[in-house]
Each structure stands twice: as structure tokens, then as C-alpha cells.
Design a protein around this ligand. Structure first.
Ligand SMILES: NC(=O)c1ccc[n+]([C@@H]2O[C@H](COP(=O)([O-])OP(=O)(O)OC[C@H]3O[C@@H](n4cnc5c(N)ncnc54)[C@H](OP(=O)(O)O)[C@@H]3O)[C@@H](O)[C@H]2O)c1
Length: 211
């Protein structure tokens, strides 16, 4: 697929590299292309683009920007360019530094970041994924042969099936938690995931749902 990664931080770079490694065409987007000079050298098959160029280029988009900038970044990408496309939303609504290891969010338990984005960009097919694991474990995580669980949600079943195929390739087991409202539960998993990191400098774990 043609994948447009909107975001140039650790997550954007890791997922862009992962999509390239799994045989996809990738455009990674930033407001400042110079930031991605080293990434471009290491990934000669990838292209560096503006938010709008990546959105136009892609069949599937990935949103990997600061949560506070998600709306602005999607507006810059363009609602028309993203219309009808699957968008993997890896963002978290982090509002400030942790308190005793617990991050603060600007959302409430009754409205998640992704629901707000889905309302703002109703023609884009949002699927929450990759938000509750560290970037170092996002692609082909090695847990001694055990597949960790990626919790996903979104309103479009076909979009979630597409994302599940990608997660299969990337070494994950997928748990579909339902519609966009489930992001109210999935986004705070980021808070839980980060606590061992902030308290004990442990950043290499992932969640597994036992059944
Ligand atoms: N770090 C992790 O391991 C991890 C794991 C799971 C989920 N997440 C989530 O994934 C997202 C990305 O995290 P990250 O650590 O890779 O990077 P980040 O530092 O949270 O975000 C960097 C990206 O945000 C964009 N950005 C910042 N302000 C902006 C603005 N005003 N308008 C448009 N774009 C703006 C930057 O664009 P430019 O390139 O133009 O500067 C850059 O691409 C976050 O929502 C984070 O909570 C992170």
C-alpha cells in the first residue's frame, strides 16, 4: 500500500521504517523536512513530504503527532485528501508531565481524542492503534515468540480489517474493542503503560490479553 505517515517523531519514524520493511511505499510528513535528513539517508526508498503531500499520496494514513496538535496536523493534511482513507491513529491526549508517574490527559472519560478527530473529519476512517506501546516495540516486537495484544477501535469494520492485517504482519495479535467510543478506554492504556517507565525506567513491556 501507499502509506502516508503524518508525524516525524520517534513513532512516525519507527512506523514509517516498519511499513517500508514490510514492503509498502511510504511518505513521512513533517513541517520541517531538514529534521528527517538522517531518516531519509537510512531509508532511501522512503520519501519525505509535507502533511498535505503525504495525505494526497497515501492510500492509508498514520497519525503520529503530539496529541495537542492532532487537529491542526489533520487540517494541514487536508480533509479532502484524507476522505475515504483508513487512518491509523497512534496519538495520545497528553496534556502535561506525569504526577507520581501518571500522565495527565486533556480529554475526559466521556470523550476521547479520537472521537473528537472522527467528528471533525467524518469522511476519514479512523482506527486507534499503536498508542499504548513504546515505539521500540511497535514493529515486530520480540517477546520470545509470544505475540502481544494491540487494542484497536473504530467505526468502520473494513478499516479495522485492513489495520488487523497490518498488525498481523507487524507481529501483533489484535483485539477489536468496538466503535470509536472505545478510545475512551484504549487511550488511557498509554498512562498505564508509561507508569513503570516513569517510576522504574522500564519501557520495554507490552500488554497481552489472556483469555
Ligand atoms: N513516543 C512513543 O513511544 C509513543 C508511543 C505510543 C504513542 N505515542 C503517541 O504518538 C504521538 C507521536 O509521538 P512522538 O513521541 O513520536 O512525537 P511527538 O513529539 O509527540 O510529536 C512529534 C510530531 O508532532 C508534530 N507537531 C508538534 N506540534 C505541531 C503543531 N503545532 N502542528 C502540527 N504538527 C505538530 C511534529 O511535527 P513536525 O515534524 O512538523 O515538527 C512532529 O511530527 C503522540 O501523540 C504520542 O502520545 C508515542
Amino acid at each position: 500500500m501507499k502509506v502516508g505517515v503524518i508525524g516525524s517523531g520517534d513513532v512516525g519514524r519507527v512506523l514509517a521504517g516498519g511499513f517500508l520493511a514490510h514492503g509498502h511505499e511510504v511518505a513521512i510528513a513533517t513541517r520541517e523536512p531538514a529534521k528527517l535528513a538522517a531518516w531519509a539517508k537510512q531509508n532511501p526508498k522512503g520519501r519525505v513530504a509535507s502533511f498535505a503531500e503525504a495525505a494526497k499520496f497515501c492510500e492509508l494514513a498514520v497519525l503520529a503527532v503530539k496529541g495537542t496538535a492532532a487537529n491542526e496536523a489533520l487540517a494541514a493534511a487536508g480533509a479532502d485528501a484524507l476522505a475515504g482513507k483508513v487512518l491509523i491513529d497512534a496519538t495520545n491526549p497528553i496534556s502535561g508531565p506525569p504526577q507520581n508517574g501518571v500522565l495527565k490527559f486533556f480529554t475526559t472519560l466521556d470523550e476521547s481524542l479520537m472521537e473528537g478527530l472522527q467528528k471533525q473529519f467524518p469522511r476519514t476512517r479512523f482506527v486507534k492503534a499503536f498508542n499504548s506501546v513504546g515505539n521500540a516495540r511497535m514493529v515486530n516486537p520480540d517477546f520470545g515468540g509470544v505475540r502481544p495484544t494491540m487494542f484497536i477501535c473504530g467505526n468502520d469494520a473494513a478499516a479495522k480489517a485492513t489495520v488487523q492485517r497490518i498488525l498481523d504482519d507487524f507481529g501483533w495479535e489484535t483485539e477489536d474493542m468496538g466503535g470509536a467510543e472505545a478510545a475512551r478506554a484504549i487511550e488511557p492504556l498509554c498512562m498505564l503503560w508509561c507508569i513503570p517507565g516513569f517510576l522504574r525506567n522500564q519501557w520495554t513491556h507490552a500488554f497481552k490479553l489472556l483469555k
